[in-house]
Design a protein around this ligand. Structure first.
Ligand code: ATP
Ligand code: MG
Length: 381
């Protein structure tokens, strides 16, 4: 007799992208059959999840009815609906309080400031006067940001050097809620992931260093090249933030290490791009620990397995190269772990990532870059 699909699923995942796809596989590996709600049958996550349902977000109520626990891969949620479902008894993890903080950057900054965490000076940007007042206090450049976190969908921050540039961005982004922030003298960008169960039991992954160019994260290195005092401070801060937000699941805290010390940049209430290395570089991946945390199972260990680990993102270029076409060449790079997300190539789109472990950072980076170069059909330099 064929297996029947369950009437009630232990886990519902809402999302279409690679995070949902990798969460789905982590759950399947544990023998849990999750239900996915994506947007389209061709989505990255839907390709890996037979029997997905579609037309998010209208269908969330009926989806929540057939799932014991629901989780989101992104921050574009209808918070009113989530609250309504919670009140009706649905279990959504992380819940609306954490999701609100992750979605709304001014709200997030206010919470962190009230709890005495170090955040960049910021203000709401409702019109030119706010910008001029802020420039008088903090000078140029400044950073304009969309208040709503974009997840991976679109760009949400712009560094502006003067009044003219600021007015141009404001005109281009008219209709969007914006905020302004003082430009930070960034030495390094760091990310700490925390997995936290209901009730507060939590585990923290080692600090990752992200290397960004043109507004996109290109490379992630673990361990971050920072002293142990900064590493401990970052991990302790991330753990405290997870507690303050009563987060359940994996949350990611992005930091700037500035010339004046650690500053919290932003929080994502989900597994994060800077944590994909944990698939190979930790006893328990961030995806598995997210599943464990939201289902209130014991968390797995989170330490790094390799002395050095590099993840390189595979990002669509101006010339349309499909990395899937060059998979064979990339797989010939022994020791590199290739992950492709099944997405159609577009400039700037994250299509996959490659992770390499090693005894030193240069060796791991060389391996990961060689495989990424093969996927993008670039000749070695
Ligand atoms: N205050 C700042 N000073 C200097 N650089 C900044 C500042 N804020 C952001 N940046 C730079 O811009 C990048 C993107 O900013 P941020 O992390 O706020 O947005 P995002 O990740 O694009 O947003 P989202 O996750 O909402 O899509 C940062 O990684 C950093 O390099
Ligand atoms: Mg960010």
């Amino acid at each position: 007799m064929p297996n029947e699909l369950p009437a009630i699923y232990p886990l519902g995942i809402v999302g279409s992208g690679q995070i949902a796809r990798m969460l789905h596989s982590a759950a399947v590996q544990l023998g849990i059959t999750p239900r996915l709600m994506a947007e389209d049958s061709g989505d990255s996550a839907a390709l890996a999840a037979p029997g997905a349902s579609f037309r998010h977000p209208d269908a969330l109520s009926s989806f929540a009815e057939v799932c014991e626990v629901v989780t989101f891969e992104h921050e574009r949620v209808d918070l009113g609906l989530v609250r309504y479902l919670e009140e009706a008894g649905a279990v959504i993890r992380p819940g609306s309080t954490t999701l609100r903080a992750a979605m709304d950057k001014t709200h997030q900054r206010r919470i962190l400031l009230n709890r005495a965490f170090n955040v960049p000076p910021f203000a709401e940007l409702r019109g030119p006067d706010d910008m001029l007042d802020f420039a008088e206090m903090f000078g140029w450049p400044m950073v304009i940001k969309s208040v709503r976190s974009g997840g991976q969908a679109d760009r949400g921050s712009w560094v502006v050097d003067n009044e003219r540039d600021a007015l141009r961005v404001m005109a281009e982004q008219v209709g969007r809620d914006l905020m302004i922030e003082a430009f930070q003298p960034i030495v390094k960008e760091l990310v700490v992931l925390v997995a936290r169960r209901p009730g507060g039991n939590a585990r923290c992954y080692p600090v990752a260093e992200t290397v960004n160019a043109d507004g996109a994260c290109r490379e992630i290195r673990i361990p971050a090249a920072i002293g142990s005092r900064i590493a401990t401070e970052a991990m302790e801060t991330a753990r405290r933030i997870a507690g303050e937000l009563d987060a359940v699941g994996v949350i990611a805290v992005e930091f700037f290490l500035t010339t004046d010390g650690l500053v919290v940049n932003e929080i994502a209430a989900r597994p994060h791009n800077a944590g994909h290395h944990t698939i190979e570089n930790a006893p328990t991946s961030q995806f598995e620990n997210h599943v464990r945390a939201i289902l209130d199972f014991p968390l797995g260990p989170t330490h790094a397995l390799a002395k050095a680990c590099v993840t390189v993102n595979v990002i669509g270029g101006i010339e349309t190269v499909d990395p899937a076409v060059h998979l064979a060449e990339a797989l010939a790079v022994e020791g590199a772990h290739i992950h492709l997300y099944g997405k159609r190539p577009r400039p700037g789109r994250k299509l996959g990532h490659v992770t390499a472990l090693g005894d030193d950072m240069d060796q791991a980076r060389e391996l990961a870059r060689r495989a990424e170069g093969a996927l993008m059909n670039r000749r070695p330099a």
